[in-house]
Write a protein that binds this ligand. Structure first.
Ligand SMILES: Nc1ncnc2c1ncn2[C@@H]1O[C@H](COP(=O)(O)OP(=O)(O)O)[C@@H](O)[C@H]1O
Ligand SMILES: [Mg+2]
Length: 244
């Protein structure tokens, strides 16, 4: 049996007081799994990831990390809790070189930074040959690899990623998703927001579908792959649960 590493329990969260975006959202994440969160635009997927990362205040409900209440976590504390967050955009410094980006990510790693850099370059050989290139000159796929390498700098247990394949070619997004899938075999837990539903479902372990800030369906990714309920919710034609 897999252990739950992160539990979001019935949270209400939003950007301004009295205007909740998420209403009673719950998710349970198994250690070492790849969980994908999907749903139409504006469903609250990014808001959910940001709530876990301490970037959006939670007014009701709680978030537990290995049983500890982390509902009031602040973004600067994330690394200490073993969590990395990769935002959808501006997740690398384009005007800096690949090496400078990695050095920034490694700045709090202390005396192990050199060994960690060696590990990361071993894990991402395509970055190791571009160390002196400006990050902005990398292909879209390589930029996402760099963003993930930076997220891995602090050896997190959990990585939150918001649409890492947005704007990538199908081939590049497949490479990014496969790399994330591979990371779970090293024990990292991944929570991924993704628009490439079929690609994500074919690699993920578990899936949650959100719409209108509310949980709709969840289940094993393999069982939701090809299930008509996914496209019905996506196209907005069907809601199992509606706005409260
Ligand atoms: N910074 C913000 N301030 C106020 N409202 C926001 C902000 N970001 C997103 N929203 C609103 O929250 C809702 C959910 O957005 P979001 O979580 O980004 O959806 P998704 O990632 O599923 O497309 C949308 O109605 C959006 O307009
Ligand atoms: Mg989003």
């Amino acid at each position: 049996m897999s252990k739950t590493i992160l539990e979001v329990r019935n949270i209400t969260a939003g950007y301004v007081p009295d205007l909740p975006i998420l209403r009673g959202v719950s998710i349970s994440i198994y250690a070492g799994s790849l969980t994908v969160i999907i749903g139409p635009n504006g469903a609250g997927k990014s808001t959910l990831i940001k709530s876990i990362a301490g970037l959006v205040p939670i007014s009701e409900g709680m978030i537990f990390l290995k049983g500890e209440n982390v509902s009031s976590i602040r973004p600067h504390q994330l690394a200490n809790y073993g969590i990395s967050y990769v935002p959808q955009s501006n997740n690398i410094f384009r005007t800096l070189t690949v090496k400078q980006n990695l050095s920034l990510a490694l700045r709090n790693v202390g005396k192990n930074a050199t060994d960690r850099l060696t590990d990361l370059l071993h894990q991402f050989p395509n970055l190791s040959v571009k160390l002196n290139e400006k990050a902005g000159a990398l292909s879209g796929g390589q930029r996402q690899f760099l963003a993930v390498a930076m997220a891995l700098a602090t050896s997190p247990q959990i990585i939150l990623l918001d649409e890492p394949s947005a704007g990538l070619s199908p081939k590049a997004s497949q490479e990014v998703l496969e790399m994330l899938n591979e990371m779970t075999s090293r024990g990292v837990t991944i929570i991924l927001v993704e628009q490439n539903v079929n690609q994500a479902l074919s690699l993920a372990n578990h899936c949650y579908i959100l719409a209108e800030g509310v949980n709709q369906v969840d289940g094993k990714a393999s069982e939701l792959l090809g299930n008509s309920i996914v496209s019905e919710i996506y196209l907005g034609g069907k809601r199992l649960r509606v706005q409260k």
